[in-house]
Design a protein. Structure first.
Length: 286
């Protein structure tokens, strides 16, 4: 205001021909330094999850082992691990799993072992009060949880999800259950992209030092929830337009191949190892 008053009181010729000194000065604005570790770490974690989803959706090159056999073999192996009373069988499974893990890359190895170790530690904390009652085999259940989690993670990382749903259909799992899992996984990836876009927008608009940056997380979560409601309504309307009757069919094509003989031999070999380590074969033969 003071500079405007100075312009009013200056002579007419001088005000028209000469620019004020303050208009000729360059204005430099240097925003204050702000740490964005929270936004950067959140974005990196979302990007890592999205990369995993996209790699799983695309899949690797065609594998010799079919997804149906992988799914069946993992279910059988988890069932045998839960029934195992001998430490030898668990150690054999652990040795095979560790050999397979040696051929994986570092980031994939870390992504598999982190949830497995977390699940085993959580199970150990739950079982810890049993130590006061003299339970000697306290670590057996966490060990089994670790093995089953690693096996399921290996199946998820090495098999595209659409092949897993196809394998579930081959195991005669209800179609509505498969559809619920399929839609859930797809929309998890879609909502992840939505949250990523919102975080990028927040980062671009955060200029200078902003102490309320953490408060924007609630707005991002709320907007993601609203988007999920919109996606659910669109999916429901799409089902109505397509006259969805509640039946979800998964196409199956079963043809006998030579590798199916190998599948049977591997399954029999696993059962023989389990029966031998548990002592059932010695009982039957004696």
């Amino acid at each position: 205001m003071e500079r405007i008053k100075q312009l009013k009181h200056c002579p007419a010729g001088q005000g028209r021909n000469k620019m004020p000194a303050w208009l000729l000065q360059k204005d430099y604005y240097q925003p204050g330094h702000s740490t964005e570790n929270f936004l950067n770490k959140t974005l990196l974690s979302i990007i890592a999850k999205m990369i995993i989803f996209r790699e799983n959706a695309i899949g690797s090159k065609k594998s010799f082992v079919s997804a149906s056999f992988k799914f069946f073999f993992v279910l059988l192996l988890i069932f045998l691990i839960s029934l195992a009373r001998s430490l030898l069988f668990l150690l054999i499974v652990l040795a095979v799993v560790l050999i397979y893990l040696c051929f994986l890359s570092g980031h994939r190895l870390l992504a598999i072992l982190k949830p497995a170790l977390a699940a085993a530690l959580f199970c150990l904390l739950i079982m810890l009060p049993a130590a006061f009652w003299g339970m000697s085999s306290l670590w057996v259940l966490p060990f089994k949880v670790f093995l089953t989690t690693v096996i399921v993670a290996l199946l998820a990382y090495n098999t595209p999800f659409y092949l897993l749903t196809k394998a579930m259909g081959g195991m005669h799992i209800p179609g509505l259950f498969i559809m619920a899992i399929d839609i859930a996984v797809r929309y998890i990836a879609l909502l992840g992209n939505t949250a990523y876009d919102l975080l990028i927008a927040l980062k671009l608009r955060s200029v200078g030092k902003n102490k309320r940056k953490y408060q924007s997380l609630g707005g991002i979560m709320g907007m993601t929830f609203i988007k999920s409601q919109e996606y659910a309504a669109e999916t429901y309307n799409a089902m109505l337009c397509r006259c969805f009757t509640g039946e979800y069919h998964v196409a199956q094509h079963h043809h006998f191949q030579k590798k199916h003989v190998l599948y049977v031999l591997v399954t029999l070999f696993l059962l023989i190892i389990f029966l031998y380590t548990e002592g059932y074969l010695a009982t039957w033969f004696h």
